[in-house]
Design a protein around this ligand. Structure first.
Ligand code: TRP
Length: 334
C-alpha cells in the first residue's frame, strides 16, 4: 500500500475549498494508508507574511485539520519546520534540479509577477515540496488541481536523483485529485483562497456562514428575482452539490431555472447545509480549544514519528551520495 503525503499552508483558517479539494480525501485515505499530513510553514514564508501571526495560524490550521477528521492516531500530523530533514533534503535536491524547470512553474510565474524583487525561496518552493514528499518516499499525493505541475516536477527530480545515485530509491509519486478538483471562490473570480477573502471557514459560526454567502456571486443572468437562472453557471450550485442532500439539490435547481425564488433564498438553504455538514467539526474544535495543550502534544508526537522516518531516509541518501558520515564519539551509528 503506497504511503501518502500531503501538505497544507498554515493560513489559519481551513476553508471549504481546502476541504473539498484535498482534506476530505486525506480523511478517507488515512483509513487504509500510512498518511503523513504536514503543515508547511517553510513554504508559507516564501511570500510576504505576518511573523506575529504565523504561530497562531499554524496552531489554528492544526485544530482545523483534526476537527475535519484527521485522526492523529492514524495519520502523522506535524509541522514542517519541526523536522529539519525537510530543508536538508531540499538543499540536496537543488543540486539535481534544472533552473529552467523552476522558472517554468506557473505558480512561480504568477507569484513572482506580484513582487518587485524575486526571492530565491520562491523559485525553490517546488524543490522543498519535492523534499517533503521524497523524505517519506511517499507514492501518493492527494492535492488540488493547482499542484499537478509541481507534482510532475517532483517526479522529474526523483528520476534525476535516482538515475545519478540509486536507481529506484525514491518512488515517483502520483497526484490524486478529488472530484472537486478546483473550488472557485465566493467572489466568482478565481480559486478559493484565504488570501483572497473569498472563502467559508469550516469552523465558522453558523450565523457567519450566511453572512459570507450573502454577497457571493451567482449566475450573472439573475439580476432580479424574476430572472430565471442556469444552475450550471452558478458557483453556489456546485457547493449545493457537495453539501446539500440530493432532494434539496434538485429543488434548488428547479427553483433557479423557473425563478421560483431569489438567490438569497437559495443561499440561506446552502448556509444551512454547510452549517449542518460541519457541526461535528465545530464540536471537535471546541474540545480542542478547551485544552490548548492537546494540539501542541499532537504536533509534537507527529514530529517525532515523522523524524524517525526522515532521519533514516537522510542516512541512506547521504551514504549513497558519498557524504562522509559524522563521527559518533560513543561509537554508535556509523
Ligand atoms: N504547495 C502545496 C499547496 O500550496 C502545499 C505543499 C507543500 C504540498 N508541500 C507539499 C502538497 C507536499 C503536497 C505535498 O497546496
Amino acid at each position: 500500500m503506497a504511503r501518502v503525503f500531503s501538505g497544507i499552508q498554515p493560513s489559519g483558517e481551513l476553508h471549504i475549498g481546502n476541504y473539498l479539494g484535498a482534506v476530505q480525501n486525506w480523511v478517507k485515505l488515512q483509513m487504509e494508508h500510512d498518511c503523513f499530513i504536514c503543515i508547511v510553514d517553510y513554504h508559507a514564508i516564501t511570500q510576504d507574511y505576518d511573523a506575529a501571526a504565523l504561530e497562531a495560524r499554524t496552531l489554528e490550521m492544526a485544530v482545523g485539520l483534526v476537527a475535519a477528521g484527521i485522526d492523529p492516531e492514524r495519520s502523522v500530523l506535524f509541522v514542517q519546520s519541526h523536522v529539519p530533514e525537510h530543508t536538508e533534503l531540499a538543499w540536496i535536491l537543488t543540486t539535481v534540479t534544472p533552473l529552467g524547470d523552476l522558472e517554468r512553474m506557473t505558480q512561480f510565474k504568477d507569484k513572482s509577477q506580484r513582487q518587485e524583487s524575486i526571492l530565491a525561496g520562491l523559485l525553490n518552493y517546488p524543490v522543498l515540496q519535492a523534499a517533503d514528499i521524497l523524505l517519506y518516499r511517499a507514492g501518493l499525493v492527494p492535492v488540488g488541481e493547482d499542484q499537478i505541475q509541481h507534482l510532475e516536477l517532483v517526479r522529474e527530480i526523483a528520476r534525476k536523483w535516482n538515475t545519478r545515485f540509486a536507481p529506484g530509491f525514491f518512488p515517483e509519486p502520483q497526484a490524486q485529485l478529488t472530484k472537486a478538483r478546483r473550488i472557485v471562490g465566493l467572489d466568482g473570480l478565481g480559486k478559493m483562497s484565504k488570501s483572497m477573502g473569498n472563502t467559508i471557514g469550516i469552523l465558522e459560526e453558523p450565523a457567519a456562514v450566511f453572512d459570507r454567502l450573502k454577497p457571493a456571486k451567482t449566475d450573472p443572468a439573475r439580476v432580479t428575482k424574476k430572472d430565471p437562472g442556469d444552475p450550471a453557471k452558478c458557483n453556489l450550485y456546485s457547493l449545493h452539490q457537495y453539501f446539500s442532500p440530493a432532494a434539496t439539490v434538485e429543488d434548488v435547481a428547479q427553483k433557479c431555472r423557473t425563478a421560483g425564488w431569489g438567490c438569497l433564498d437559495c443561499k440561506r438553504v446552502l448556509a444551512d447545509s454547510v452549517v449542518a455538514h460541519f457541526a461535528p467539526a465545530r464540536e471537535k474544535s471546541r474540545e480542542l480549544r478547551n485544552a490548548p495543550e492537546r494540539i501542541r502534544d499532537i504536533l509534537h508526537a507527529g514530529a517525532e514519528k515523522a523524524r524517525a522516518v526522515a532521519t533514516e531516509t537522510m542516512r541512506e541518501v547521504r551514504e549513497k551520495m558519498g557524504l562522509l558520515a559524522a563521527h559518533m564519539p560513543s561509537g554508535v551509528g556509523r
